[in-house]
Ligand binder design. Structure first.
Ligand code: NOJ
Length: 560
């Protein structure tokens, strides 16, 4: 099944700043929903390539592409059938290489998704393991077990899938009788690999090299905390079932043994020039545990999901920011801030709803309030020390689509949890580029999920050049972030006193000081002017001494 890679490889980007990832802004492209070049209603790699100038002009440093590998799409490509093949719905390997080469010409790095915890049930190894029956050596590469009960009719342990229902599915023997069970922490179509098996480790080292040789600048590692399970797969018993952002230790996630894998991958990444990186999607229970993934000999970044899950409240935000900076300082790693991705309700809609609803929300809340807060939250995030991720469409202020018809939904979590959970389709709706056309410029055909009519006004075309639009705010913020000497990676954040639901901090480099002021209250506040205004998320009135910040507004200032 492996496609031949006679395609020319692309040279790495020259390294201009040492450790570029420490302050990079990385834009997540969800390929299905970014741009559709062939008009089939589904985004593709040539579509992404055609929009690279947009990303360059937006001012990001790198692009992370969610999976585009051969896959039956049971979990939107996070069920990989062949790690070295591009799924025809996205293009082919030549398209991937051409995309990397062109991105590099624009000064953009490309990070690809790597899915090592599980594969697709259509992966050749798993299919052989099923075919060859209980004694197949291939079964050792997964977690196959006999069931409990006198007929083996009960799952081998009490773990539940993150998508709902048992984490085990029973197989049929080649003769049709009920057979062993296999473990899948996600959908049944995503069997977990057994990372104690050397063939699994060797295969992934080879997959890393395959993509590194083709020129990728790094990997976002899916479920980076999942590959190693507690010895013997013990029952949870009275422990709470594992949630992605649960506060408890779990036998299925964040086991110490996983770090050995990252130490070996660190060595592989280092063999290549151009500072290639690894980014952990590790939903560890604490920031200190998250920091373990970015120790100097492991990966480079780890998404800060604790920050993502924090509500719009000054005290809570200040605490999580401090805890993050402390935890990352311990290991000498940058903080990696993120507000949205393809798995959570977009932050515009999260902030439109009351706090405490989690990251899967089905109500639109107050969209105007949500957008106001989202814009302020962006200026807060981009002012913090370290790196930041931007999820496609957040620069347009897109809300989640909370009223998708049930028949349009594709998220496996929605089906496994009988419609009670799994609202991830709402953040995956294709983004609008133009004010008209069949899918607002997403492509010449339709769009695999319906786009709301109101998105015409939120399109790139509608917002470009419009003073005060969310898109122009992002463009300015990213340009300021690149040029202000006190911003970026430096660990120089100092809080200034403030009363109530207000955050004020400054960052200094030499004679230059940058100040960020955030009013999280629902009323305007008056502050002494901290310097020359640079940018604000809503119009701020400034006199010689005083600045009036409207409700839910952030502003950037500079001196020197
Ligand atoms: C995390 C990915 O971001 C998500 O989309 C996917 O469903 C799970 N991992 C399983 O691969």
């Amino acid at each position: 099944m492996t496609e031949s890679a006679d395609t020319a490889t692309t040279p790495p980007l020259p390294v201009r700043t040492a450790d570029w990832w420490r302050e990079a802004v990385i834009y997540q492209v969800y390929p299905r929903s970014f741009a559709d070049a062939n008009g089939d209603g589904m985004g593709d790699l040539p579509g992404v390539r055609s929009r690279l100038p947009y990303l360059r002009d937006l001012g990001v440093d790198a692009v992370w592409l969610s999976p585009f590998y051969a896959s039956p799409q049971a979990d939107a490509g996070y069920d990989v059938a062949d790690y070295r093949v591009v799924d025809p719905m996205f293009g082919d390997l030549d398209d991937a290489v051409a995309l990397m080469a062109e991105a590099h010409r624009h000064g953009l790095r490309i990070i690809v998704d790597l899915v090592p915890n599980h594969c697709s049930d259509q992966h050749e190894w798993f299919q052989r393991a099923l075919r060859e029956g209980p004694h197949s050596r291939l079964r050792e590469r997964f977690h196959f077990r006999d069931g409990k009960g006198n007929q083996g009719q009960e799952p081998p342990n009490d773990w539940e899938s993150i998508f709902g229902g048992p984490a085990w599915t029973r197989t049929k023997n080649p003769d049709g009788t009920p057979g062993q069970w296999y473990l899948h922490l996600f959908a049944a179509e995503q069997p977990d690999f057994n990372w104690d098996h050397p063939a699994v480790r060797d295969e992934f080292a080879s997959i890393l090299r395959f993509w590194l040789d083709l020129g990728v600048d790094g990997f976002r590692i899916d479920v980076a905390h999942g590959m190693v399970k507690a010895e013997g797969l013990p029952d949870l018993g009275s422990l709470e079932q594992t949630k992605l952002l649960g506060a408890n230790a779990s036998p299925s996630f964040d086991q110490d043994g996983v770090h050995e894998i990252y130490r070996s991958w660190h060595t592989i990444l280092k063999e290549y020039d151009g500072q290639r990186i690894g980014v952990a999607e590790a939903w560890a229970p604490t920031l200190a545990r998250t920091a373990n993934y970015v120790r100097p000999d492991e990966l480079h970044q780890a998404f800060n999901f604790q920050y993502l899950a924090t509500s719009w409240q000054a005290g809570a935000l200040r605490t999580v920011i401090d805890e993050t900076l402390d935890a990352m300082r311990e290991v000498g790693a940058p903080a990696t801030w993120v507000l949205s991705n393809h798995d959570v309700t977009r932050h515009t809609t999260r902030f439109a709803n009351p706090p405490g609803l989690g990251t899967q929300i089905r109500t639109p809340g107050d969209p105007e309030l949500g957008l106001r807060r989202a814009r302020a939250a962006t200026l807060l995030m981009l002012a913090l020390p370290g790196s930041a991720y931007v999820y496609q469409g957040e620069e347009l202020g897109l809300p989640d689509v909370t009223d998708l018809p049930d028949e349009a939904r594709q998220d496996p979590a929605y089906f496994r949890a009988a419609g009670q959970d799994g609202f991830r389709d709402g953040c995956r709706v294709p983004i609008p580029w133009t004010v008209d056309g069949p899918s607002y410029g997403f492509g010449t055909g339709g769009s695999w999920l319906p786009q709301p009519a109101t998105w015409a006004g939120l399109s790139v075309k509608a917002q470009s050049g419009q003073d005060g639009s969310t898109l122009e705010m992002y463009r300015t913020a990213l340009a300021v972030r690149r040029s202000h000497p006190a911003l970026g990676a430096a660990d120089n954040l100092r809080w200034l006193d403030s009363a109530g639901d207000v955050l004020i901090f400054e960052r200094t480099s030499g004679a230059a000081t940058f100040t960020c002021t955030v009013n999280l209250t629902g009323a305007a506040i008056t502050l002494p002017v901290p310097g020359r205004p640079l940018l604000a998320s809503a119009p701020v009135q400034v006199t010689a001494e005083q600045a009036v910040l409207p409700p839910d507004t952030a502003a950037w200032w500079t001196t020197g």
